[in-house]
Unconditional design. Sequence first.
Length: 182
Amino acid sequence: MGRKVSEKTLYLEPRVLKLRQRGRSNQQISEELSEPVWRVKQVNSRLLASGKTSSRRGGTLSDRQINKRESAIAVLRANGVPNAQIAANLDIGKTTLNNHISRMIKDKRTEPRAPGNRALPAARVIKFWKKPGTPEFDRFVELVRVGKTYGQISKRYGCSKARIGQIVKIMRARYGAATFTG
C-alpha cells in the first residue's frame, strides 16, 4: 500500500505543474508559493511519477504537439532541407531534432537519408536553373560571377556544395561557359 498523500501536496500539485510548465526551477517555485523547497520537490516527484511533467524545465509536450512537430520535420526532410536548417526553422536544438528523427525512423514513419544522396532532393527546391532570364537564374549566375564560393551559395539555397557544383556544371553545359563570365 502506498504512502498517504497530504492535502497540502494535493493542493500544490496544479500550481507547481503550472509553474514547471513555465520553466521555473524548484527554488523559484518555492519562493513564488512561499513553500519550503523540500515540499516543492515532493510535489514535483509525484508529478514526475504520474507522467504529468518531465525532469527538464518546461514540462512534457503533448502527443498532438509532437505529431505537429514531427509532421513538419517529415515535410522539410522530404524537401531536402538540411537538419541544421530544420532545427533553426522549428526553433529546436539539433539533438532534439535528431531524437525526433530517430523516433520517426524507429516507428517507420520516415526513411533514413542515404549518405550519398543527402542533397539530391534540393533539385526540387532549386528549379530556377532550368529557366534562363528569370530573376532567380540571374541572381544565381551573378553569385557565381562575383566569385562566391559554392559553400556560400549552398548556405543561401539550403543545399550542399556538391549540389551547387552539379548545377553550375549543368548550367555551363546547357548555356555555355560565357554565362558565368562578365
